[in-house]
Design a protein around this ligand. Structure first.
Ligand SMILES: [Zn+2]
Length: 155
């Protein structure tokens, strides 16, 4: 389930290393600091993944579809604990979390270049479609009844 590019973007997001507008301003570039996705003032790197209403909707929709609540808003704690889920469910949840961060970053870049903002529901649909298609292409084991019911609700 691990994809190097998505994992790298997730790591960079956790560390605040993505080249967002606030970092460009710190580097001396004078630019409009409005968020490409929501249009509000972007005051810090954390806006993109913590304060942006676009990202908030994407993360909320992902949680609904995965039928979980992320342990804390901080990206670094997303993998800490998911109670009552199987190893396979945890693997898919983690893959979804990493993929949604990457998709938000890609949506932000698309909005910057094309001035088109992806709808959060479309973004989450694509994330889950990609994660599940990778899962089905690699999964050869049997699913428990609980896992099957859980997967049926995601789709
Ligand atoms: Zn925003």
């Amino acid at each position: 389930m691990n994809i190097p590019r998505t994992s790298f973007i997730f790591w960079a997001a956790v560390k605040g290393r993505l080249l967002t507008k606030d970092r460009l301003v710190k580097m001396g570039y004078v630019i409009d600091t409005a968020c490409f996705l929501c249009g509000t003032e972007q005051k810090s790197h954390k806006h993109l993944f913590y304060d942006c209403c676009f990202s908030e909707q994407c993360i909320h929709l992902l949680q609904q579809r995965l039928q979980i609540t992320f342990p804390a808003p901080e990206l670094s704690s997303w993998f800490s604990k998911h109670h009552g889920v199987s190893k396979l469910q945890k693997k898919l949840i983690c893959a979804g979390q990493v993929a949604v961060v990457y998709a938000i970053w890609k949506a932000r870049n698309k909005a910057r270049v094309d001035q088109v903002v992806t709808h959060p529901a479309a973004l989450v649909n694509q994330v889950l479609k990609d994660v599940l298609s990778r899962f089905w292409s690699r999964n050869t084991g049997n699913l428990s009844r609980k896992e099957s019911a859980w997967l049926a609700k995601i789709v």
